[in-house]
Write a protein that binds this ligand. Sequence first.
Ligand code: SAH
Ligand code: DHB
Ligand code: MG
Length: 233
Amino acid sequence: MATRDSLQQPTWTAVDDYLTDLLLGPDPALAAARAASAAAGLPDIAVSPPQGKMLFLLARLQGARAILEIGTLGGYSAIWLARALPPGGRLITLEADPRHAEVARANIARAGLAGAVDVRCGRALDTLPSVAKERGAEGFDLIFIDADKTGYPDYWDWALRLSHRGTLIVADNVVRDGAVADPASADASVLAVRRYHELVAAEPRVTATTIQTVGIKGYDGLSFALVVQDPAR
Ligand code: SAH
Ligand code: DHB
Ligand code: MG
């Protein structure tokens, strides 16, 4: 598997570059956000440009007015999501690392989106209770889970609690080079994304799928769960 991946990675990268050039075009705000994140020493693990565009499209399809993101990094995916909001719409994004949060706030401001985005610093499990209190029964129209992978089972519970009928819950990095299908894996992140899928599968209030992805970030996958019934509160 490793050999096949190493042979195919250049193709996956070339195709992502091709699609990004052709379909997304030059994007000064996003380019500046990536450059500033790299200059600040943040890890290069934001979603790819085509994936960012997909998040934007999903938010548009949802008509999302309120979006929650767990895991901000330098604000790259946050910028894509916030661009999809209508006037008066709001994105709350949760980030544990104050350095990342600071870089993200600057990137989001440079993209002209400071008024729509609230970067909350703190570990998500510590900040989610106050987010829940503020949003009340309204919850969010789209929730993007992309923080520490071991937290995914807890983030799933919170996402459901913060959902209403029609909410879309998206989770990044849930395939992990295919290890998600390995029942013998002892890797904590793999165990967590396996548990995540089990929770999704066992939840009668959602209908869901996971799509494997290849691209500049290698081989991974994204989970999509649509809440079809109001979760009990
Ligand atoms: N969504 C971003 C990438 C996020 S990378 C993008 O695509 O642009 C994961 C981020 O989650 C990192 O910045 C990391 O600091 C943050 N993180 C890790 N553990 C966390 C936690 N417990 N609570 C909130 N954020 C966390
Ligand atoms: C990592 C985190 C991510 O959200 C991602 O998309 C890729 C890698 C990481 O922690 O290594
Ligand atoms: Mg990710």
